[in-house]
Design a protein around this ligand. Structure first.
Ligand SMILES: Cc1cc2nc3c(=O)[nH]c(=O)nc-3n(C[C@H](O)[C@H](O)[C@H](O)COP(=O)(O)OP(=O)(O)OC[C@H]3O[C@@H](n4cnc5c(N)ncnc54)[C@H](O)[C@@H]3O)c2cc1C
Length: 453
């Protein structure tokens, strides 16, 4: 019996072999596709469905690619010939909300924004806020270790998960972590699962750490600077001043011009780069005033509003970045991260790389945490060699500055060739041994993350 037939005889109608579904599973939002269609898509609705799928896969040594909403930017959910796609999108229930203990237990397929809309009705929220929060799943957020605009103040996924339920490659179900605030029993396997990109197990449930909604106002500032280095130095000065903005985003001149063009706004003068900052909570106004003073001392031309609607209008410029890049061509969105004080030096490196490879690299940064998204734009579906050469230079520059290959998008298939270099031999071997303990047959997301150089 073929694998698809075995799946169908055990799981029935939730096994999907329609052309459209198989075709859609070849790609995530990175712009890259697998070379062909997978065997079948299993739309799991229960933990039992996931376990049955994994048992059939293990028996036939058939690779499995777990898939949330497919908004990933590293090719991690791309599935190809001979592979089963295990979709968790239909496992989308909120199982428990505990306002007294500030946690919620959810299934992996719920969308981040849907969860937060439900929590808001009860005066709470789950802080990780990827820009894709309307379209990405909590399971995918956990599997990639996602971040977002607010994470400098409120933390990333890693700071907001108490436990995960995981189905292993052989179908066993594990409950990792705890429901208590504290808990140090044994090794921290919950943390190991966060950011594991579908290579160690299938996340089938999560106990999420919640916060109460922030009371007080939201104040928004923009500051224009004549160069990106000056803007980066401005953001470093804000961090060094001890202020804690909720959001601090930097757009270089090329990024800012592209968004202004998309939104039909007057074009900024050449070289102009912009910081967009929000403060929140009871001390939002005095904190915004202090940040404005710091930025003026750094040469910034500051606009400050205490009006939240006007603030959202200013922030919409930053939120339009993805659309502005898409309008320019195919985009390889990179994701390096450096210590915050190294932000000006990293922008210097990007300028150098632009000159060396004759490329424009519009770059935005979550400046509050030193995470940059340089965008390589090109025509067609295949990343040109020159772009890969420039990306290679970019990664090495970030690592030299004490940073890392990826701040929030993950390794997937697109960055696997650089992983061993950042980790070093000893850690590379250890990480592959850990992968083999969880998945001895190597059936979970093969060809992603841990690929031999
Ligand atoms: C417009 C746009 C803006 C974005 N902004 C941000 C941002 O601000 N911050 C950020 O961090 N990312 C961002 N992303 C990237 C992406 O949305 C995140 O990586 C997100 O967490 C992926 O969730 P998903 O449900 O789409 O997962 P998918 O793309 O389906 O999968 C991503 C990876 O997780 C694995 N996976 C998915 N679900 C599970 C599961 N249940 N168990 C085990 N493994 C699983 C997959 O195998 C794959 O390796 C953005 C993407 C877009 C398109």
């Amino acid at each position: 019996m073929t694998v698809a037939a075995a799946l169908r005889s055990t799981l029935g109608d939730i096994v999907d072999v329609t052309e459209d579904s198989l075709e859609a599973a070849r790609a995530d939002s990175s712009g890259h596709s697998s070379p062909g269609r997978p065997l079948a898509v299993v739309h799991a609705e229960t933990i039992e469905h996931v376990q049955q799928t994994m048992r059939i896969a293990a028996e036939g040594r058939t690779p499995v690619v777990v898939r949330g909403a497919g908004t990933g930017l590293a090719g991690g959910a791309n599935a190809g010939p001979g592979e089963i796609v295990l979709s968790t999108m239909r496992m989308n229930r909120v199982l428990e909300v505990r306002p007294d203990d500030l946690f919620a237990v959810v299934e992996p397929g719920i969308l981040n924004a849907e969860l937060n809309a439900l929590l808001a009705e009860r005066g709470m929220w789950w802080p990780p806020d990827p820009a894709s929060r309307d379209i990405s799943t909590v399971g995918g957020n956990i599997a990639t270790g996602a971040g977002g605009l607010l994470c400098a103040k409120y933390g990333v996924v890693r700071d907001a998960v108490l436990g995960v339920d995981v189905v292993l490659a052989d179908g066993r179900l594990l409950h990792l972590g705890h429901r208590s605030v504290k808990g140090v029993t044994g090794l921290d396997l919950t943390s190991l699962m966060i950011g594991s990109e579908g290579t160690l197990g299938v996340v089938v449930g999560a106990t999420l750490k919640l916060r109460r909604l922030v009371v007080g106002e939201i104040c928004t500032l923009t500051a224009l600077f004549p160069t990106v280095r000056a803007a980066a130095a401005g953001s470093a000065a804000v961090t060094a001043s001890g202020a804690q903005p909720a959001i601090m985003e930097l757009m270089d001149a090329k990024a800012l011009a592209a968004v202004h063009a998309l939104l039909a706004l007057p074009l900024p003068s050449a070289g102009t780069s912009q910081l967009t900052i929000q403060t929140d909570g009871p001390a939002a106004q005095p904190e915004a005033d202090r940040i404005a003073a710091t930025l003026r001392e750094c040469g910034g031309q500051v606009t400050l509003t205490y009006d939240s609607h006007e603030g959202e209008r200013l922030l919409a410029i930053r939120r339009s970045m993805h659309g502005a890049m898409a309008a320019l061509g195919t985009t390889l969105i990179e994701d390096v991260s450096v210590p915050r004080s190294a932000l000006p030096a990293m922008y210097d490196e990007i300028t150098r790389i632009e000159h060396t490879y004759a490329l424009d690299i519009p770059t935005v940064a979550h400046a509050g945490d030193g995470n940059l998204h340089p965008n390589f734009i090109f025509e067609g579906d295949v990343v040109p060699e020159q772009v890969w050469a420039a990306a290679d230079d970019l990664f090495r520059s970030a690592i030299r500055l004490g940073g890392t290959l990826t701040g929030e998008h993950g390794i997937g298939m697109l960055k696997s060739r650089w992983l061993a270099e950042e980790l070093g031999d000893a850690q590379w071997q250890l990480q592959r041994q850990i992968k083999a303990v969880f998945d001895p047959l190597g059936i979970l997301n093969p060809g992603k993350v841990f690929v031999s150089a």
